[in-house]
Design a protein around this ligand. Structure first.
Ligand code: DGL
Length: 275
């Protein structure tokens, strides 16, 4: 079973793409809705909550967990990989969502930190993400090492995850997003990165506010294609699954369903995680 973790419903955008790219695998999703959003929590809290969710998935039998949450991946992934996983679940893996994005944006494999690409055309890229992800500097640092001709500017979107999880309607959501876009549009971005897995749920509002000229890098397909490639090289982490998907939440399942109007098709029926 492949585990997919997020602070709430955002990781469902990644899960939805994963079931298309890996139709024979079984998936178990853990949405920590009771503690969402993570974007304004302390690093210590994010590490501990991410550890708990990952532990729940691994205790249920997942040998591989994807942190389908940029905030958790930026703040907690390395600590969990180095300090917790080797003793808690030796041989298991935790992967994040930043590496495939950095590879897709730069066109440079992760293993190649300093390629010779000085003749490439310069580009202005805006990263829309949570405050924590922007402040971590993770995207800017990794992109800067591989593609110095790309300038990445972070734009935190406070309140957007809360609004999505809280069931805000089209008007307030598109207004909020239009406001964030207005603040960066004078820097004339060539491309933007939706660096929060919740944001593809409202991608249409970003697209409307940005116009046709701006490329939008959206994570779900990029991450799913990358994981499918990774698993083809690591078949020991796959199972002959029955294409099952189970969704767990730390909140009340009926509340999650009621407030999240943007949940992807077929990914709406949560079970309560009781620990
Ligand atoms: N989906 C999470 C991300 O990708 C949202 C984090 C939050 O809960 O604030 O960053």
């Amino acid at each position: 079973m492949i585990g997919v973790f997020d602070s709430g419903s955002g990781g469902l955008t990644v899960l939805s793409a994963l079931r298309t790219h890996l139709p024979e695998q079984d998936f178990l999703y853990f949405g920590d809705h009771a503690n969402a959003p993570y974007g304004h929590r302390s690093n210590e809290q994010i590490v501990e909550l991410t550890r708990r969710g990952t532990d729940a998935l691994m205790a249920a039998g997942c040998t591989l967990v994807v942190l389908a949450c940029n905030t958790a991946a930026a703040i907690a992934l390395r600590t969990l990989q180095q300090d917790w996983l080797p003793t808690a679940y030796p041989g298991n893996r935790i992967l994040g969502v930043l590496v495939p994005m950095v590879e897709a944006i730069t066109g440079v494999p992760w293993s190649q930190e300093h390629p010779n690409n000085s003749s490439e055309i310069t580009q202005n890229i805006t990263l829309f993400a949570t405050r924590k992800t922007v402040e971590s500097g993770a995207f800017a640092e990794e992109i800067g090492k591989r593609a110095p001709h790309l300038t990445l500017t972070g734009k935190a979107c406070p309140g957007l995850v809360d609004a999505i999880e809280g069931g805000a309607g089209k008007g307030p959501l598109s207004g909020l997003i239009a406001g964030f876009v207005e603040e960066i549009i004078n820097s004339a971005p060539d491309a933007v990165v939706l660096g929060c897995t919740h944001f593809p749920l409202v991608k249409q509002y970003f697209a409307e506010a940005l116009g046709d000229q701006v490329t939008i890098y959206s994570q779900p397909d990029i991450v799913a294609a990358s994981l499918a490639d990774y698993l083809s090289r690591h078949p020991e982490l796959t199972t002959n699954g029955k294409s099952t998907i189970r969704l767990l939440t730390t909140a009340e399942p009926s509340d999650v369903k009621a407030t999240n109007q943007f949940l992807p098709n077929g990914l709406t029926d949560f079970e309560k995680y009781t620990g």
